[in-house]
Design a binder for this molecule. Structure first.
Ligand code: DQA
Length: 152
């Protein structure tokens, strides 16, 4: 079975490339999506990359993900630190979620140390720039394969 993964990026990540390069490097959202597509291909997975600046749209996409995808790689950006609605959506969607951040949120301002996603995530990758997405796809593949073995 070919696993299909949603890579969902949140607010302001469409501005990468020009946005605070000392924190987020110079890679753009298109570079992330390109890396995810190439990584998924090499792992024999399907990937769809979406980005939105709207919290409610993220909630809707996560709600609908259950019927369309096997797992979610989620960089909820600033909503990570504020959104109970996203926490609830991740909880009810029932899919494995891996949280990704380009920057190391724990070496930055204190308000970024709190994540409403982490307690529900299979794992968290932060501080590795766009490579985090590639690592997350590999981890997701392992996770889904292990689940299939467990279920016979
Ligand atoms: C981010 C970290 C968040 O704190 C911030 O609000 C972002 C990007 C990251 O990828 O490093 O927008 O999620």
């Amino acid at each position: 079975m070919t696993h299909k993964i949603l890579v969902l990026n949140g607010p302001n990540l469409n501005m990468l490339g020009m946005r605070e390069p000392e924190i987020y490097w110079r890679d753009s959202l298109a570079d992330i999506e390109d890396l995810c597509t190439k990584t998924a291909k090499s792992l024999k997975m399907d990937v769809e990359c979406l980005q939105t600046n709207y919290e409610g749209e993220m909630v809707t996409l996560i709600q609908k993900a259950h019927d369309q995808y096997n797992g979610i790689i989620l960089n909820a950006a600033a909503y990570t630190h504020t959104s109970v609605a996203l926490h609830d959506a991740v909880k009810l969607c029932g899919l494995p979620v891996i949280e990704v951040h380009l920057s190391n949120i724990y070496s930055r301002e204190e308000f970024r140390h709190k994540s409403y996603i982490s307690p529900l995530a299979k794992g968290v990758l932060c501080g590795f720039g766009i490579m985090g997405y590639s690592l997350a796809l590999q981890a997701m593949k392992n996770e889904l394969n292990a689940g299939e073995k467990d279920n016979g």
